[in-house]
Design a protein around this ligand. Structure first.
Ligand code: ATP
Ligand code: LTN
Length: 334
């Protein structure tokens, strides 16, 4: 008998277009892991509400994200790719888990501190309980593995803590998930300040490569990338700019740092930056082409969105019902 596959769960917020860090730190790994696992990928639109959104743009961004997932290589017929808000179980389990999470734990979350500093005029309760909703996403599908960038590690730890606490009280309800953080690409840094992570909300457009940037912009941004004056392509803590470019190059080409150092020995940074820019542009070109085709085919995307929401609802309901029963909520009388 064929062994059942383990379950993989991940997702991204439905805000703005993706940047290279989202792709190399998360999406590319998802694509590579797809065959090995039964996969669920969410468009995390409820999480996006923690920051004020323009409704029309928000709706469009969510759809663009769906198309990008598929364009990058996720298969809506094999993987379940759906909108978080289409499955009410996320919010329902989120509430129950809120009651099993301590404020002391949430107070320690670095993303909450960072986002509060960034949005000082809107430090809402959703931003605070964000990690609990994320735990609900993951636990609802009994995920074994969650591939994310390094910045999400703390959220995976609190998810495991909440699940363990719940299981200790009620028995084995939740699978305890493991984070999957890639060896390279897990932390892509800003091209203008390599001590800061690359982020789509960066104000300096030269800091960030967007997945839909055209070839010329990509190459131009890499040319402008901040490096150092040593003029030797070498990996090291003292060379954050070059090390970041090497990390990008290595994640895409699969070459090791030693191989890259050898390849560019005796050549200037100009050559190296051009090679990195070209390999990124080559990697993104087919994704961009497929993305345009998908965005033009309304009926196909709509059908994927509908069918996958049904699948996600069916699957997640099993866990939700079990949790409701365990905590003693009264079953509905039908
Ligand atoms: P923002 O910077 O606007 O807060 P973001 O670009 O970090 O958003 P998220 O939706 O928070 O995007 O992240 C989606 C996924 O991409 C997560 O798995 C996250 O770990 C990963 N990720 C984000 N930025 C990077 C980066 N610079 N390097 C590697 N992975 C990243
Ligand atoms: N917080 C995540 C997005 C996210 C997520 C999840 C990732 C929401 N729910 C569940 C993995 C699993 C982020 O990438 N910023």
């Amino acid at each position: 008998m064929e062994k059942e596959k383990k379950i993989l769960y991940s997702g991204m917020q439905a805000t703005a277009t993706l940047q290279l860090g989202n792709y190399l730190g998360a999406l590319k790994n998802w694509v590579n892991l797809c065959d090995e696992y039964d996969c669920f990928f969410g468009i995390m639109d409820l999480h996006s509400l923690t920051v004020r959104q323009n409704p029309a743009e928000f709706r469009q961004n969510a759809r663009k994200l769906y198309a990008l997932y598929v364009a990058a290589g996720l298969d809506p017929e094999k993987n379940c790719i759906y909108y978080q808000s289409h499955v009410s179980g996320h919010a329902e389990l989120g509430w129950i888990l809120d009651c099993f999470t301590y404020m002391g734990e949430l107070n320690r979350m670095t993303q909450f501190k960072d986002k509060s500093a960034k949005h000082a005029d809107n430090i809402n309760a959703g931003l605070y309980t964000y990690p609990v909703l994320m735990a609900a996403d993951i636990l609802l599908y009994q995920a074994d593995v969650v591939p994310v960038g390094a910045d999400q590690k703390q959220h995976l730890e609190i998810t495991r803590d909440i699940a363990t606490r719940f299981n200790n009280i009620y028995g084995d309800v939740f699978t305890i998930p493991e984070p999957y953080i890639g060896k390279t690409g897990a932390r892509i840094m800003s091209l203008q300040d390599p001590t800061k992570k690359m982020s789509k909300s960066d104000e300096n457009i030269n800091s960030t490569i967007l997945l839909l940037d055209d070839r010329d912009s990509i190459i131009r941004k890499f040319k402008k990338a901040v490096t150092d004056s040593e003029a030797i392509v070498r990996y090291g803590d003292d060379k954050p700019g070059i090390s970041n470019l090497m990390n990008i190059y290595s994640t895409i080409t699969g070459k090791t740092n030693e191989e890259i150092e050898r390849e560019f020995e005796g050549r200037g940074y100009g050559d190296f930056k051009l090679a990195v820019g070209e390999c990124v542009a080559d990697e993104l070109a087919p994704i961009q082409k497929r993305y345009e085709e998908l965005m033009a085919d309304k009926a196909y995307l709509n059908n994927c969105i509908k069918e996958n929401a049904d699948k996600a609802r069916y699957f997640s309901n099993k866990t939700l019902r079990k949790v409701q029963k365990k905590v003693g909520l009264t079953e509905q009388i039908r």
